[in-house]
Design a protein around this ligand. Structure first.
Ligand SMILES: [Zn+2]
Ligand SMILES: [Zn+2]
Length: 214
């Protein structure tokens, strides 16, 4: 066993040129090798200083959809990240800033999405390209997992959620609809596709996850 003489585990690290403090468990933006690339996102697992007081961080990488084997899919959100099983030790000087990687549920409930807000709903195995969970709920006629960046509307009949686009509805039209019924429910119950617009209520056009508890 090699001796780890002089290595010290640190509680936190102050990002160079800023007053921001990074702790174990925090998510950070790391300087990419190429200036034109987006910063890498990582979770800090360990902070350590060597004998020469050089600070190194053990990181667990988040992958962007583009970096996964299957690439970016239609249902991937703009701020979506996958928590990978890929770890590295890097110089702490590569840390450019902090960010927040929200759970999917919390992300869909954000009032506004800031530049440093991301979300993660899948873990990703870098070697195999496998995802966990490998199944997710699907919505709409197109049977796609939910993309929080795409407008959806809930059917008052079957309670499923539908993409405005798949229903041929614009954002403006969605706002004006009081109650929405999907084509299947219109057929079943012989209901009109759209009821007359009223000012009082509008169709639920938020997110599938928002249907619980609000
Ligand atoms: Zn759809
Ligand atoms: Zn329906």
């Amino acid at each position: 066993m090699a001796k780890k003489r002089g290595k010290r585990t640190l509680e936190h690290y102050q990002i160079r040129g800023s007053d921001k403090i990074v702790e174990v468990g925090d998510c950070v933006l790391m300087r990419p090798p190429d200036k034109d690339m987006e910063p890498f996102v990582a979770k800090i697992e360990k902070i350590e200083a060597d004998a020469g007081n050089k600070v190194k961080v053990r990181v667990r990488w988040y992958y962007r959809p583009e970096e996964s084997v299957g690439g970016r899919r239609q249902f991937h959100g703009e701020k979506e990240l996958f928590l990978s099983d890929h770890y590295d030790t890097c110089t702490a000087e590569a840390i450019e800033g902090k960010c927040i990687v929200h759970t999917f549920k919390n992300y869909t409930r954000l009032e506004s999405v800031g530049a440093d807000d991301y979300f993660c709903r899948f873990e990703y195995k870098a070697a195999t390209g496998g995802f966990s969970p490998d199944r997710v709920a699907v919505y709409c006629k197109c049977e796609m997992p939910y993309n929080p960046d795409v407008l959806m509307v809930q059917c008052e009949g079957c309670r499923d959620w539908f993409h405005a686009k798949c229903m041929g509805l614009s954002t403006e039209e969605i706002k004006k609809i009081e109650r929405f019924f999907c084509p299947d429910c219109c057929e079943d119950k012989k209901m009109p596709k759209k009821t007359s617009p009223k000012e009082k209520h509008s169709a639920r056009s938020r997110t599938p996850s928002a249907r619980r508890g609000d």
